[in-house]
Design a protein around this ligand. Sequence first.
Ligand SMILES: [Zn+2]
Ligand SMILES: [Zn+2]
Length: 362
Amino acid sequence: MQSYAACVMPGARAPLEIRELPAPDLEPGAALLHTMYSEVCGTDVHLHHGRLDVPFPIVPGHVSVGVVAETRGKLSDIEGEAIREGDIVTFLDVHETCNACYHCLVAQQPTRCARRRVYGITYSANDGLLGGWAKAIWMKPGVKMIRLPKDLAPETFIGGGCGLVTALHAIDLADVRLGESVAVLGVGPVGQSLVALAALSGAIEVIAVGAPNDRLAFARRMGATDTLGLDRTSDDRVAAVRAATRSRGADVVIEASGSPDAVSQALDMVRDGGRVVVCGHYTDNGPVEIHPHWQINRKHVEIHGCWGSQYHHFHRAVELAARFGARVPWSEMVSGRYSLDHAADALAAVESRAAIKALIVP
Ligand SMILES: [Zn+2]
Ligand SMILES: [Zn+2]
């Protein structure tokens, strides 16, 4: 029986292992990808620390790019065009959203559907090749694949990757308008793409806040008009944002740092009546003190949480990467490439912030 090597995370803090997993018996509507790249995301670090409830052992890797190696039956994209062997695709990592529950049908917020499953996170390695840190990935029937356009290098899309898709969702929620000011707290992969998308949305002030300095310098290349380092006090950073916005504060502040304090700081940096989006807390990093009167109610602030992504976020991320990949240096965000048996080094590089973005190249 044919098998493929996969990097398995057996449990929280347990050493990664290479295991041979059986090739899936493709059912009608299924496909097999040969993996080109899979990303190492901050979420994978949280998974390895046991901070998310997942069915260990798992094959990590939720955002990936691969070549269609095998298909069963006729597969097509949303335009009705056939997905064929040899196509280079990415895919929506979220699968089995039920389209039958309150969140799917009434609230129309399917990222909170309780039945949704996510490649690389909520599937067990015992279920098969359902994560990207493997030589091959099993596309179950109904998984939404997106062909990368010919003029989009896979390295550009995966350089943006999960952070680009998350940033697109957050920018949608922030409803950034032409001529507005946007402050982005955090300069990891999500923050970098937020900076780029805020600039593409027509924001005229895009202030990136974070550390270290080389990431702030990179944020300028992504489109930041100004940067503020964490070597300045938080009061000083708030004052700098006010100084750049005629003392009003930023129209929009997006938190993508994972620091609880940054959520409070976002509320201090936003103008009265402005919008705050929180997308840096995919795991519990603890509480923070908020003064509801001063920071929310009296300021008339809108606050959005942002969880997961839908198909349209992935679809538009691919189109944006194709259209703007020459201007926005997503591909240069990748600072490390690792084979399957060096995935532990990739995790360590992301955790220590030595790498903005690390890729698994199986
Ligand atoms: Zn549902
Ligand atoms: Zn991710």
